[in-house]
Design a protein around this ligand. Structure first.
Ligand SMILES: *[C@@H]1O[C@H](CO)[C@@H](O)[C@H](O)[C@H]1NC(C)=O
Ligand SMILES: *[C@@H]1O[C@H](CO)[C@@H](O)[C@H](O)[C@H]1NC(C)=O
Ligand SMILES: *[C@@H]1O[C@H](CO)[C@@H](O)[C@H](O)[C@H]1NC(C)=O
Length: 390
């Protein structure tokens, strides 16, 4: 993450001899240690420049930058030479694949405070020569702030509260500004910032910056300065899935940690497809009470089926529970008067058939029956009226 603390433009002191010209002004670039820094150098050629193109980046020293310390990187005779300077070996590259087109900018990866200094970009195409300088300052941020929470994937079921931890330690706890930012990232390498999710800045919390999470995100600690920048997201949705970054800034340090949020889909349901109905049977016959159901998802969690008889003006009283299917077992001998007369008609209740038969129906069997089906994601009931004629 580039911490570009600022560009400072000087008035056009770009050196110009002949007709090559460098369009990038001299400037100061600041970067935090460990980051990638970009040292710009754009140039244009003119038809008078006939010689071969030469590009040199030099590191200068001395009170007036009069001494050439090192050649940093070189483009000459269509070749790139980048291993002159041991200190930058493997860390310095031209930014463009096609420097000839006018971009002689370089980048230095994993910058260190020791990289601070004056760099000169020099473009030659005889008779033209032009140069510009860039002052690089790399800020030492080592150890001033650390996030101790490791990178991780946090998984939570849809609708639940998810906790995204971000514990940090920093020096100078009592003075200086502390900023916390939670970002939502995107792109194949999480290189793009999609949204700022929640902010803590100047001792104030801004939790309404991201409409998708408005009212659903909060810091879990009421003392963020103590080193806890963790957040909770309530009623988590499938659309919340992605990469979240906790970023802690304490001058001059800045650190961040990425967390993956995974949300499991639990949109499950139970439904009974058999409609409410009234069934009439003659005394002594076998009556079939249907109860067909569907489960979504099909095979999650234990299945519980109970057949009960209801009474009362609103069928609000459970008179008796007389057959139960639980954990692949059937329990059917709760009541003496139904003993041996009731059974599930399908051997495979899980297939979606909780229908029962009652043999040798009696006048006293008449009433309201209810089939109940429950699994992890819900429960459903259906009532059936049974009338028995004598
Ligand atoms: C951060 O971590 C580094 C290296 O592990 C350690 O030297 C430094 O003291 C830590 N800083 C804080 C503020 O904990
Ligand atoms: C944050 O969410 C977790 C569950 O993920 C919960 O245990 C905790 O109490 C929540 N914290 C606050 C402050 O609400
Ligand atoms: C259930 O009862 C019905 C008559 O109501 C009958 O046709 C059916 O065969 C019975 N089912 C079983 C499995 O006994």
């Amino acid at each position: 993450m580039a911490l570009l603390l600022g560009f400072l433009f000087f008035c056009g002191v770009t050196d110009l001899i002949g007709s090559v010209s460098i369009t990038t002004p001299e400037q100061i670039v600041q970067e935090a240690g460990g980051e990638i820094v970009h040292l710009p150098c754009m140039f244009t050629l003119s038809p008078e420049d006939q010689g071969p193109l030469d590009i040199e980046w030099l590191r200068l020293s001395g009170p007036n930058n009069e001494a050439i310390d090192h050649v940093v990187i070189l483009y000459a005779a269509d070749k790139i030479y980048s291993d002159f300077y041991q200190d930058l070996k493997g860390r310095v590259h031209f930014t463009s694949n096609d420097v000839v087109s006018g971009d002689a900018s370089i980048k230095i990866r994993n910058v260190r405070p020791a990289d601070s200094g004056t760099y000169q970009c020099k473009v030659k195409k005889a008779p033209g020569v032009a140069k510009t300088t860039v002052q690089l300052t790399v800020i030492d941020i080592t150890g001033s702030v650390n996030i101790t929470t490791p990178e991780q994937t946090v998984q939570e079921a849809q609708g639940e509260i998810v906790h995204l931890p971000c514990i940090f330690t920093y020096v100078s706890k009592d003075q200086g500004p502390l900023d916390v930012e939670w970002l939502r990232l995107s792109g194949p390498n999480n290189e793009a910032i999609d949204h700022v999710v929640i902010l803590y800045s100047a001792d104030k919390i801004h939790d309404d910056v991201y409409p998708d999470l408005k009212g659903r995100v909060y810091f879990t600690s009421n003392d963020i300065r103590s080193g806890d920048a963790s957040i909770n997201i309530t009623n988590v949705r499938l659309s919340d899935v992605g990469t979240y970054q906790c970023k802690v800034k304490t001058y001059p340090g800045i650190v961040n940690r990425n967390l993956q949020l995974a949300v499991t889909n639990i949109l499950g349901s139970v439904s009974i497809t058999t409609p409410e109905q009234t069934i009439q049977k003659a005394r002594g016959e076998t009556v079939h009470l249907p109860c067909m159901f569907t489960l979504i998802p099909e095979d999650r969690g234990p299945l519980f089926i109970d057949w009960i008889q209801l009474t009362g003006p609103q069928n609000e009283v459970v008179n008796r529970m007389f057959i139960v299917y639980l954990a692949d077992k059937v329990y059917d001998n709760f009541y003496q008067d139904m003993k041996g007369r009731v059974y599930f008609t399908n051997n495979d209740v899980r297939s979606g058939d909780a229908s029962i038969n009652i043999t040798n129906v009696q006048l006293s069997d008449a009433g309201t029956y209810q089939c109940g089906v429950s699994h992890d994601f819900g429960t459903a009931q259906r009532t059936i009226q049974l009338t028995v004629v004598g």
